[in-house]
Design a protein around this ligand. Sequence first.
Ligand code: ZN
Length: 578
Amino acid sequence: MTPNEETVLSGISLDEPWSLVETFSTMHRWMPDDVNKGADEIISRLKRLGIPHTVYEPEIYLSIPLSASVEAGGLSFRAKPPSMSLPVPDGVSGELVYLGANVKNLRNYTRNAADLFADGAGNLAERLKGRILLTEGFGNPALTSIAEEAGALGLIVINPGQNIHWGTCTTIWGTPGLSDLARKPKIPVLAVNNPDGQKLIAMAEAGQPVTVRSDLLEGWFAQKIPVVQIDGADDPDSFVLVHGHYDSWEVGVGDNATGDATMLELARVLYRNRAALRRSVRIAWWPGHSTGRYAGSTWYADTFAMDIENNCVASVNCDSPGCRWATSYHKTTCMAEMKAHVTSVIEEIAGQTPDWIRPKRAGDHSFYNIGLPTYFSLSSTMPDDLRAQKGYYEVSGCGGNIAWHTEDDTLEIADRDVLHTDIRIYTLAVLRHAAEPVLPMDWRATASEFAETLTAYQDAAGDSVDLAPAREATQQLADTLNGLYAVIDAGEIDPARANALLVRISRVLVPVNFARQPRFAQDPAYVCPPLPMLAVARDIDGLPADQQGFARTELVRGQNQYLAALSRVRRMIAEALS
Ligand SMILES: [Zn+2]
């Protein structure tokens, strides 16, 4: 750490952030008016601290769960309807059919039905048509769309524990475009807890019919987006975007009052030390995360697309830091090109070398299609052995605490010491990102990840396909990048010129690895495999003979896209070095 960095970090205090965590722990932030009150709380603190900010108030499309129940055998079971599920206030009745989930995949948002159910996906339409599907898991978008396509009347998901988790079930990312509307869920979805789920399984096996009822409030709502811009001293147009949601399920302390507090302290400390910033830092608090499938961040990505395209150097998401027992960094979200940068920060602050998870198609990561290098969403989490000791199942936030998305996500889920560590990690990562002369993105790491992906795909496909052209192009890209970084490291290229090039490379290579849809569109909210245009190679071997030719056709086209993208990057580098 440089003396300058030490000075900035020494200014971090828990006073402001913990005060916001405490206030948010008493405020529900999911009904539209309450969400705006949450924004007002952040805004009043920014005003008091003298931090310049802008407040936007777009109309975004939301679906807010109100009530739900499952009635069967004269009993009524408590239930929660995921956001964006079809409201059925008058009830829908039908035969219940239980398909056991593939338990490994409870949190798997794959669209591959064969991977979701313990006995595969054979005859799915025959088994589900006109019936109500009962299965274990969460009311996730992929599962919902699979049930809907198979003709199910409804879906009941059995959550793993005593608490029912809030969630969402649409594959549409953000406010839908006209052509997205066809993917809006057309069936009711309800989540029940595990004990009630076991009773429903017995009823399904006894052939008992059920009635599901749900009510949701759906429509356009004006929601506030506070944004802080801290101008860099040398290159104020360029900016690091730090962002996270302030709307939550219930009072959402671990998800995401702690994140809101982290960003508030980051804003306070960096604004005071703005002379240390070469480029700008922009900090945004989003609404519409829980009930709009990331409608707030998506609105921002849409509305400021050209500013982001031309000037944004990275996306740093802040979700669920500072939770109790979350002392481990073994599930930290990061793209390959940012790993060296984030590793050094976590090693210096927490004394741990992080392990990574590939950024998911979830959690306000609304900037993949534009092509922003990305790190965090989840930062700290509970060690695996502690989680096992507590008998906790896997969740997607709150540092691994199963209070995630429930009424138990209250003040006790936050931890002052863990929050302090996470604030220091975010601050050092963003400070360095904004202060270093050359942007910390290492595309050599990305090229080597591409090579690993191609090897895995080739191995899975066997002799039936040939990915040699893609592998050769990847090696050529790696060679070209080695040349580029040698020039950068030797100081033989002007940093401004190097940075412009590195950013332009990101606009090609991030979408290649994280998006199926065009730039400025939004991919649906389900798993995007690495190098998605080539991912059919992975499945080709298991396909029936009559589909092999179609799969090979898709692969040829995918490989062409990949080759063209890599050759574009090599040309950019050659031009910049000439
Ligand atoms: Zn969250």
